[in-house]
Write a protein that binds this ligand. Structure first.
Ligand code: AMP
Length: 462
C-alpha cells in the first residue's frame, strides 16, 4: 500500500509532485518523499509523517528541476522507520537513480539473501532496495534493459517509477496488481497511482499503463514496450475497488464510486432485512451504504459522524490504541439511531475490533436493532501483493464462522457480500482480478515467510 506520482518536463515539477502526493495521501500515511532532477543531479527529501507536514516551501525550494517522482508509504515490507522512506536514491556506476514502489515482492527474502551472499550491503529493510542492486549488477547495457533484466528476477506486485538525471521510467507488473495511470498536462507528462492525482494537477487522463508495460519518458517523448511474458490471467486487486482507492478515481478501466455502489446494491439483494435506516461507517462504507439504501428502498442517513482530523485508526499498531481510536474517530447521531432498526454498512471486517466497538456505540445511542452488512466477502487470508492485511491468525473470518463473528461483534444479524456477488458487474473479456484475500486463490505463491518484517527478522536470526 503506497502511492506514487511522477512529473516529467514541468518548471514546477516538485510542487506538482507534492500536490499529487497530497491527493494520494490515503494510500500511505507513514512517510513521504520527493526526488527531483535538474538535468544533472538528483535532489531528495524523504521524511516520516504526512505530506502537508513534510513539504514546506523551503523544502520544496530544495527540490529544483523539471522532473520529479514522489512516494507516500504504508509499509507492507519493512518497518515504519525513516531508513525505509521512499523514493530510494542511489549513485551507481551509470549515475543517479531513484525509485518509488507500490506493491510487494513475493521472493524478496531469497533475492536479498543471494545479493548479501555476494557482498551487497543494504541500508533499509524494504524489498525495493533489492531491485536497485539487481539493476546495478545487471550485465545489460542500457538502463531500461537493466531494469527489465532485474524485474525478470522478481516476482510479485509492482507499480514503479524510476527517475534518472534525464529520464522517467514507469513500470507495471505483468499481473497488473496495482493501478498506474498516465496523464498529460500541456507539454508535461504525469504518472500516478490513481486518477484523483491527475484531477488535482489538472492533467488530462491519457490511459492506464498496461500490465507488463514499461514506459520511458525522455526529451524525445514517450516510448512504450512490453518485454515481460504476459500471464494467462491478470490479477488486478479487487480490494482497490472495495476499500483502498479513492472513490473519485478511475482505475482498472472502471469508476471506483460506481463499483462500490454496485457492491452495496448487490449486498442488499443478497442480505435483505427489515429496518428503518441505512447508515455507513464513514468513510469506508459510504458508497456501499448508498447502494444498499437505493436497492432496498430504506432511507440513507448519517448515523455516525467522523472526526476528519484523525488518521486511519487501522494504522495504529497497538490493540489498545486501535480500540481507543474508534471512539476518537466516530461519534453517533442519537436522533438518527434512537429506537430504530439500523443497518450499518462497512467495506470489510479484518480483526473485528472496529465493528464490535461500532455496534456497541450504535446500541448505546439507543438503536433497537443493529444489522451489520459488509460489502466484501469474509477476509480469510493475508495479502502478499501490497495490501497490509494481517496474518491469518489475526483475521477473524479465518478463524470464526459468520455466526460466531456476528456474536463477537454483538450484531442482530451479519451479512457479507458473496464471492460471486463481488462480480456483480459484467467482466470484460480477459479481465481478471486478484481476490486471494477472500478466496485463498493466490495467483503467484508467496516464496518468503509471510511477514512484513521478513527482511529484518531474517537478519535477527543470523
Ligand atoms: P478491524 O477492526 O480490524 O476489523 O478493521 C476493519 C476496518 O479497517 C474497516 O472499517 C476497514 O475499512 C478497514 N480496513 C480494511 N482493510 C484495511 C487495510 N488493509 N488497511 C487499513 N484499513 C483497513
Amino acid at each position: 500500500m503506497c502511492g506514487i506520482v511522477g512529473i516529467y518536463n514541468h518548471a514546477e515539477a516538485a510542487n506538482l509532485a507534492y500536490l499529487g502526493l497530497y491527493a494520494l495521501q490515503h494510500r500511505g500515511q507513514e512517510s513521504a518523499g520527493i526526488v527531483s532532477s535538474d538535468g544533472k543531479t538528483l535532489h531528495s527529501h524523504r521524511q516520516m509523517g504526512h505530506v502537508a507536514d513534510i513539504f514546506s516551501e523551503p523544502v520544496l525550494a530544495g527540490l529544483p528541476g523539471k522532473n520529479a517522482i514522489g512516494h507516500v508509504r504504508y509499509s507492507t515490507t519493512g518497518e515504519s522507520v525513516s531508513k525505509n522512506c521512499q523514493p530510494i536514491t542511489v549513485d551507481y556506476s551509470r549515475g543517479g537513480l531513484a525509485v518509488a514502489h507500490n506493491g510487494n515482492f513475493v521472493n524478496a527474502q531469497k533475492i536479498r539473501a543471494e545479493l548479501e551472499a555476494h557482498g551487497a550491503i543494504f541500508q533499509s529493510t524494504m524489498d525495493t532496495e533489492s531491485l536497485i542492486h539487481l539493476v546495478a549488477q545487471s550485465s545489460k547495457n542500457s538502463l531500461v534493459d537493466r531494469i527489465i533484466d532485474a524485474l525478470k528476477q522478481i516476482r510479485g506486485a509492482y507499480s514503479l517509477l524510476f527517475l534518472t538525471e534525464t529520464r522517467m521510467i514507469a513500470v507495471r507488473d505483468p499481473f497488473g496488481w496495482r493501478p498506474l495511470v498516465l496523464g498529460r498536462k500541456g507539454d508535461s507528462w504525469v504518472v500516478a497511482s490513481e486518477t484523483c492525482a491527475l484531477d488535482l494537477l489538472e492533467a488530462e487522463f491519457v490511459r492506464e499503463i498496461d500490465p507488463g508495460e514499461v514506459v520511458v519518458i525522455d526529451q524525445h517523448g514517450i516510448h512504450c514496450q512490453k518485454p515481460f511474458a504476459i500471464p494467462h490471467k491478470k490479477a488486478m486487486c479487487i480490494f482497490e475497488f472495495i476499500y483502498f482507492a479513492r472513490p473519485d478515481s478511475h482505475i482498472f478501466g472502471r469508476d471506483v464510486y460506481e463499483m462500490r455502489k454496485g457492491f452495496g446494491q448487490q449486498l442488499a439483494r443478497e442480505h435483505p432485512v427489515s429496518a428503518d435506516v441505512v447508515i455507513p461507517i464513514p468513510d469506508s462504507g459510504m458508497q456501499a451504504a448508498l447502494g444498499y439504501a437505493e436497492e432496498s428502498g430504506i432511507p440513507f442517513q448519517f448515523g455516525l459522524i467522523r472526526n476528519h482530523y484523525v488518521g486511519r485508526t487501522f494504522i495504529e499498531p497497538k490493540e489498545s490504541i486501535r480500540h481507543f481510536g474508534v471512539k476518537i474517530k466516530l461519534n453517533p447521531v442519537r436522533e438518527v439511531l434512537k429506537g430504530k432498526r439500523v443497518i450499518v454498512v462497512d467495506d470489510s471486517i479484518v480483526r473485528g475490533t472496529t465493528s464490535r466497538k461500532i455496534v456497541k456505540m450504535i446500541r448505546d445511542a439507543g438503536a433497537k436493532e443493529v444489522h451489520v452488512r459488509i460489502s466484501s466477502p469474509p477476509t480469510i487470508g493475508p495479502c502478499h501483493y501490497g495490501i497490509d492485511t494481517p496474518d491469518k491468525d489475526d483475521l477473524i473470518a479465518a478463524n470464526k464462522s459468520v455466526l460466531e463473528i456476528q456474536k463477537f461483534i454483538g450484531a442482530d444479524s451479519l451479512g457479507y457480500l458473496s464471492t460471486k456477488g463481488l462480480y456483480w458487474f459484467e467482466k470484460n473479456p480477459g479481465e481478471w482480478f486478484c481476490d486471494a484475500c477472500f478466496t485463498g486463490n493466490y495467483p503467484v505463491p508467496m516464496e518468503d515467510i509471510s511477514d512484513k518484517m521478513k527482511l529484518s527478522s531474517r537478519r535477527a536470526q543470523c
